[in-house]
Design a protein around this ligand. Structure first.
Ligand SMILES: *[C@@H]1O[C@H](CO)[C@@H](O)[C@H](O)[C@H]1NC(C)=O
Ligand SMILES: *[C@@H]1O[C@H](CO)[C@@H](O)[C@H](O)[C@H]1NC(C)=O
Ligand SMILES: *[C@@H]1O[C@H](CO)[C@@H](O)[C@H](O)[C@H]1NC(C)=O
Ligand SMILES: *[C@@H]1O[C@H](CO)[C@@H](O)[C@H](O)[C@H]1NC(C)=O
Ligand SMILES: *[C@@H]1O[C@H](CO)[C@@H](O)[C@H](O)[C@H]1NC(C)=O
Ligand SMILES: *[C@@H]1O[C@H](CO)[C@@H](O)[C@H](O)[C@H]1NC(C)=O
Length: 466
């Protein structure tokens, strides 16, 4: 044994950080849909996609059971709401591990245990105390795993790009001052000591769609025909994702942790969205994900300009389009698969398939900002029973939102629940879009460029000037 182990060990000294880490692509298995396949069917689909890893947003026992005996590496998650309680109770940490890990391990290849999801993001509405309790909760869970002699599950937490207060140029990457010293430093200390990872959610789609005049779409989609050189570091970038990853690496380095490895816990591109959302289409989504996969699975590993040659385990968001996610239309269209299990577009997670081998993609129709009027109307198939209270809500906001659908006014006749609701939605949205109001109404409403007006009834609209 010793004679065969020695050369392996020696090799590992040379390339250990990479050798132990699989380059296989991962996928996020989100379940916020009321029409999604069962866990066992989903695991079959994940296998047929040839994903090497799957990340869950919980520790769903049916899913963990369905993953038994597969060679898929699994990431599970402790809910945000439990972090503070676990931080103050070793027995609660032990119980969590006993309930959610021990029954499935090692038959299910649980490899990452994420403590909370994007808890540093303000939208997550997380009690700040959770930030200060995080590392203690991670320590307790680590100890709980040790009690069961489980040593190959890394503990981490996911962070979005908003943990940075500056990310440009990448060498200027700095953590937000409210979390840098009190939270990030102890977190990085824990990750460094336990040889775990910084789990980052990084979406080039967001900076690009928010600033299409200064950021080139080709740069966001890894086309490789545009470069940017950071004047301070001298490093040259060929794509936006590398820039984002390196800004985090620079931020970690500033805190004294230059060697904590990265995992991309989420990345992807929406395959559809609302009329007022640029660039969310199948063409861009397929291009982004295919190029991402080729990059992340390439041999030898590419890494980033600040860390060339280093493997970055990557999870694409997401397995499915999830119809119960709120917010703008893109939120419900990140999937590789439709809820019926069919592909939204062809994609090979092994990264071996060359671009010419794929069927041509539909031409992107919304890569330029939409110019013109948009209305907000009742979605096809909307639940009629729910429209009544939605009208009431829309009409109860703003100033004279629904004057025109009162009896005797221009939009009263023909009396129709759907027409009245469409009027109320359009009127509400025309007043409130500038304050962040959305055209969604729990899925009852969608944007349209087709004027719903009739006769002398004019529906209020939003005008986009590009
Ligand atoms: C955390 O503990 C408090 C106090 O024991 C309890 O009231 C609360 O329900 C717990 N929270 C969760 C999410 O279990
Ligand atoms: C670097 O970040 C700081 C904020 O942390 C910002 O004020 C400054 O403009 C950035 N530098 C450049 C060159 O963008
Ligand atoms: C990070 O871990 C490495 C390797 O274990 C160690 O040498 C280094 O001192 C640690 N860094 C900090 C800042 O704790
Ligand atoms: C990159 O190449 C494409 C053609 O493949 C071209 O349409 C585009 O303008 C180029 N972009 C840049 C920034 O040069
Ligand atoms: C339709 O909406 C009503 C009222 O909100 C609700 O009670 C009902 O369950 C919904 N029906 C369906 C099929 O979702
Ligand atoms: C409604 O009118 C008030 C007073 O004129 C104004 O301050 C407010 O901004 C208006 N609300 C909207 C949504 O336009």
């Amino acid at each position: 044994m010793a004679t065969t182990l020695f050369p392996l060990f020696f090799l590992c000294l040379l390339a250990c950080t990479n050798a132990e880490i699989s380059k296989k692509m991962g996928v996020n298995y989100g379940q916020l849909g009321n029409n999604l396949p069962s866990p066992s069917r989903s695991i079959e689909l994940i296998k047929s996609l040839k994903a090497g890893r799957v990340k869950l947003y919980d520790a769903n026992p049916d899913i963990l059971k369905a993953l038994e005996g597969t060679n898929i590496h699994v990431s599970i998650m402790v809910p945000n709401q439990l972090i503070s309680n676990i931080s103050s109770s070793q027995s609660l940490a032990n119980e969590w591990v006993r309930t959610n890990v021990v029954p499935f391990y090692p038959k299910t290849l649980i490899r990452y245990l994420l403590v909370g999801n994007e808890i540093f993001s303000f939208y997550s509405d997380q009690d700040r105390q959770t930030w200060y309790d995080l590392v203690q909760a991670m320590r307790r869970l680590k100890y709980s795993l040790k009690i069961h002699s489980i040593r190959n599950i890394k503990i981490g937490t996911t962070a979005a790009m908003d943990v940075l207060q500056s990310s440009f140029p990448p060498s200027n990457g700095t953590f937000r001052s409210d979390i840098s010293i009190p939270v990030m430093k102890p977190l990085l200390q824990f990750l460094n000591r336990t040889k775990s990872y910084f789990f980052l959610d990084a979406y080039p789609y967001f900076p690009w769609s928010g600033d299409t005049t200064n950021i080139n779409l080709d740069y966001a989609l890894f086309k490789g025909n545009q470069t940017y050189t950071d004047p301070r570091s001298g490093l040259t970038y060929t794509n936006l994702l590398d820039q984002m990853l390196d800004s985090v690496i620079f931020a970690m380095t500033k805190l004294g942790f230059p060697n904590v490895r990265l995992v991309i816990a989420e990345t992807g591109w929406p395959n559809a969205g609302d009329v007022d959302q640029i660039g969310a289409n199948i063409f861009n989504a397929a291009t982004y994900n295919r190029n991402l996969i080729r990059r992340m699975t390439s041999k030898p590993a590419i890494g980033t300009p600040a860390r060339p040659g280093v493997v970055i385990p990557t999870f694409i968001f997401a397995l499915y389009n999830e119809n119960q996610k709120g917010g703008p239309g893109t939120e419900r269209h990140w999937g590789l698969l439709n809820p019926d299990g069919t592909s939204v577009y062809e994609v090979d997670l092994t990264g071996k398939r060359p671009e010419f081998d794929y069927k041509p993609l539909p031409a992107p129709l919304n890569n330029e900002p939409y110019k013109g009027k948009i209305w907000c109307v009742v979605a096809r198939g909307a639940n009629r029973t729910a429209l009544g209270s939605a009208i009431k809500y829309a009409c109860g906001q703003g100033n004279g939102t629904c004057e025109e659908i009162r009896p005797g006014s221009d939009c009263y006749e023909p009396v129709s629940l759907v027409r009245h609701a469409s009027y109320a939605f359009s009127s509400y949205w025309a007043q409130f879009r500038k304050f962040g109001g959305t055209c969604y109404f729990n899925g009852l409403a969608v944007q349209t460029t087709k004027d719903p007006g009739h006769g002398s009834c004019k529906y209020p609209s939003v005008t986009l000037s590009g």
